[in-house]
Design a binder for this molecule. Structure first.
Ligand code: AMP
Length: 177
């Protein structure tokens, strides 16, 4: 198979060793977000597979999923819904726990965030072990939304997070590293 073509903007993603804890190679997208041409090219590539997919809302996970998700929603003519860490959202909430490498975490969304049956695209910056994205999909399904798929900027292939994606809907990643 041919090597995939690496887009020019990918060089704006910085590897930071041992952040936020020892042994983690953090993918820092801040330099990419700060570059006008790189940001525009990356967003257009992230949106491309979904332009004719009838996406009505984009849901992003806290916190870099908010940055990518809101921008992507504008590209797709869709609304945006934040999936947040506990204690941030008011009103009646749905809550989903998920396992981390050490311990667990939770995501919440507002129960009335979307009309039932809304076609939603999930977005995050990095797919690592896959727990966050899988929990986000479960949360949306419990809320009554239809998960149309997931778009991530970077898939860390060795961590095999894709195996935890239980939806029939496609999971698209732009960079497989
Ligand atoms: P996971 O649930 O293990 O797939 O982790 C995905 C979430 O953690 C995403 O919201 C990412 O922003 C963050 N994350 C995990 N690993 C990294 C990494 N190496 N660099 C940057 N962000 C990461």
């Amino acid at each position: 198979m041919d090597d995939p073509v690496i887009p020019a903007w990918a060089s704006l993603i910085r590897d930071v060793a041992d952040f936020p804890s020892p042994g983690i190679m953090f993918k820092d997208i801040a330099p990419l977000l700060a570059d006008a041409d790189g940001l525009a090219a990356m967003l257009s590539a992230l949106a491309a597979p979904w332009r004719d997919a009838g996406i009505e809302a984009v849901a992003g996970t806290e916190s870099r999923g908010f940055i990518l998700g809101a921008a992507l929603a504008c590209q797709l003519g869709a609304g945006f819904v934040p999936l947040r860490k506990p204690g941030k959202l008011p009103g009646l909430l749905l809550d989903e726990a998920y396992a981390l490498e050490y311990g667990s975490d939770r995501l919440q969304m507002q129960a009335d965030a979307l009309p039932a049956g809304t076609r939603v695209l999930l977005v995050d910056d990095v797919l690592a072990t896959g727990g966050t994205l899988a929990a986000a999909a479960r949360l949306l399904q419990r809320q009554g939304a239809r998960v149309a798929g997931a778009a991530v900027l970077i898939e860390l292939v060795e961590l095999r997070g894709r195996q935890r994606w239980e939806c029939a809907a496609p999971l698209q990643s732009l960079l497989r590293l």
